[in-house]
Design a protein around this ligand. Structure first.
Ligand code: M6R
Length: 607
């Protein structure tokens, strides 16, 4: 979604802003712009399209040392140059960029218009520029504070005034903002990736906070102008983690990183001596964990699919009733919160609005909510009662891959911990630990099938519709496979439980609609084979992902990808990776923009 970057320091701000915006591209956007202070004025350049399009319209005269920039993902108003940010007031001295939604902008716009303010865009954000102008009496921070007092909604903003040279004012409510503390320079961004090339020292802003920065430092206050003491954190990853490193795109790189990222997530989370899981960040004693009678998981998209696998595992291994629900549903449902229910909010970005608001609603009702997050310092990570970082490293491609397998790894560790506190024996626990530790190497083996998967993807990439079918633990993986294909290739795909097709979806089957079957060597294999035969009888093409040596499945399928054998619990790791590759190669074949698919954003910070 929208991204913000700001810079004040000794260097030319233009290049830094454009490079910062380039780093924010992965979030998804449709237009971009920058504003730079320059000899008593603020120069603005903005346009629809990509950052290279913006670069081409920024003249060399944009030479100031202080500026702000923005990538816009349209919500209010179409994708036009005028709707792109920054927005300015009539004098052109103020420039503002905004992430989020100003809910009462219609009323504010009407009031300002009646007082003679003229609007240049259809956006909600432009009211901020005019309101700041309305309140401005020589002190930008004061004007921003007065403006925010009138605004309802969510925002992350950065503002500048031509007469306050070298100063940026930012504020946050429901949309992330991070301050970067450099050596003689300061940065502001909605996302650490935009500033990591300049500093790894950051301050995460909370809702209700306002920052004023110059090259010499910053001060953060609350909305009532009380000064706050904020901790400076160090970012633990490096710039090369957000480079493509020889891969054609980030998604490919992230798929191939999975042997390492899964191992990293598991590192220190398994205790082979006592054959159990070790998750210190839960902030819960063994006695409290023993008292948990139900587990509920809330998440969206791919993270929800990981939650479905997690719920299945927890229930079958630890014998604790567990379920996963879409956060967008839970947040508006008057759900019952029981004393001994433990909640998990699962999220790669830690900023997904649906999941964040679901979590806040649950916490208001007294629930204990743990986070499973990838982005360190993200809002959900900070507001949860404890939790686990997935440590998959920055995930840049919009389509989530390595974050998913790392979320799985967390659930596998947690299910083990809970199971060992209940029914699971030491010997069963030891077998499980060994099996789990072997997963990264098995995934490495699966990745070697890339050429075969590419060939199959080429053969089928012109199909209009796909079904993805699996049962048990493979059912959520089928959902995930279908989501991946939809997201990046724009081919229509549906994930179903293979047992469910006869209840309706089988009506879609004909010679042109391929079905992807996930058939591991598990207790449901025979049932899935029966489902395959139902499809074959209707002449539907079948691509099967099954275990090495499974001739029966290979004989039914038109195309087969074989995977190594493992304990039946661990197949989701091995099954999802070839599905990611399949989606990737289909998208490549169709010439899609794999990393930044149309209409999608990396972290969905609006409803
Ligand atoms: O950052 P989150 O995990 O909370 O994001 C949730 C979904 O928006 C996300 O998984 C989305 O479905 C991805 N594009 C999937 O590839």
């Amino acid at each position: 979604m929208c991204g913000i970057v700001g810079y004040c320091g000794p260097k030319n701000a233009t290049g830094i802003l454009l490079d910062g915006l380039k780093r924010l591209e992965y979030r998804g956007y449709d237009s971009a712009g920058i504003a730079v202070q320059n000899a008593g004025r603020v120069d603005v350049a903005k346009r629809t399209g990509k950052i290279q399009d913006l670069r081409s319209v920024v003249p060399p005269s944009f030479a100031g040392n202080c500026g702000i920039g923005h990538t816009r993902w349209a919500t209010h108003g179409g994708v036009t140059d005028a709707n792109a940010h920054p927005h300015s007031d009539a004098s052109g001295k103020i420039a503002v960029v905004h992430n989020g939604i100003i809910e009462n902008y219609v009323q504010l716009k009407a009031r300002l218009s009646s007082e003679g303010f003229v609007f240049a865009s259809e956006t909600d954000s432009e009211v901020l520029a005019h309101l700041i102008a309305y309140h401005y009496d020589g002190d930008l921070e004061k004007a921003v504070r007065a403006t925010l007092a009138q605004v309802k909604g969510t925002y992350g903003i950065a503002a500048m005034h031509a007469d306050e040279v070298g100063r940026i004012v930012g504020a946050r409510n429901g949309s992330p903002l991070v301050v970067g503390v450099g050596d003689g320079e300061m940065l502001l961004a909605s996302d650490v990736t935009a500033m990591i090339a300049h500093t790894k020292q950051v301050v995460y802003m909370e809702d209700g906070e306002i920052v004023t920065m110059t090259r010499d430092g910053f001060s953060i206050t609350d909305l009532k102008d009380r000064k706050l003491d904020k901790k400076v954190d160090s970012v633990t990853w490096d710039l090369d983690e957000i480079e493509k490193e020889g891969f054609a795109c980030f998604m490919e790189k992230e798929i191939f990183e999975q042997p390492e990222t899964i191992a990293r997530t598991l590192s220190g989370r398994l205790d082979p001596e006592y054959a159990t899981g070790k998750l210190g960040g839960l902030n819960m004693t063994s006695r409290e964990l023993l008292g948990v009678r139900r587990i509920k998981i809330v998440a969206a998209g791919t993270s929800w699919h990981a939650g479905l696998v997690g719920a299945y595992l927890i229930e079958s291994l630890a014998r604790i009733p567990a379920s996963a629900e879409l956060s967008s549903e839970l947040r508006y449902r008057n759900s019952v919160v029981e004393q001994d229910t433990l909640y998990f909010a699962v999220t790669q970005s830690g900023e997904t609005a649906d999941t964040l608001y679901a979590m806040r609603e649950l916490k208001r009702k007294g629930a204990r909510v743990l986070g499973i997050c990838n982005v360190v310092g993200s809002t959900i990570a900070r507001e949860s009662d404890g939790g686990v970082y997935t440590h998959a490293g920055p995930e840049i491609a919009v389509a989530s891959t390595k974050a998913f397998t790392s979320q799985l790894a967390v659930f596998y560790s947690f299910a083990l911990l809970m199971a060992r506190m209940r029914d699971m024996s030491v010997s069963a626990g030891a077998r499980y630990v060994k099996g789990l530790q072997a997963v990264p190497e098995l995934v490495r083996g699966v990745l070697k099938q890339r050429d075969l998967i590419q060939t199959i993807a080429k053969k089928y990439s012109r199909a209009r519709d796909f079904l993805f079918l699996g049962r048990g633990l493979e059912y959520p993986v089928a959902l995930e496979g279908a989501l991946k294909l939809k997201e990046i290739s724009y081919i229509h795909a549906e994930g179903y439980s293979a047992g469910e097709i006869k209840h309706g979806p089988i009506a879609l089957i004909n010679e042109e609609t391929p079905s992807i079957f996930l058939v591991p060597d598990d207790s449901l294999r025979e049932k899935v084979i029966s489902n395959m035969k139902e499809i074959k009888a209707r002449r539907g093409p079948i691509i099967a992902f099954c275990c090495e040596g499974d001739d029966e499945v290979a004989a039914i399928a038109d195309d087969t990808v074989t995977l190594p054998k493992t304990d039946e619990l661990f197949y989701p790791f091995l099954m999802v990776v070839p599905l990611q590759l399949f989606a990737y190669f289909c998208a490549l074949e169709l010439g899609r923009d794999v990393d930044q698919p149309r209409n999608l954003a990396k972290s969905v910070t609006v409803e």
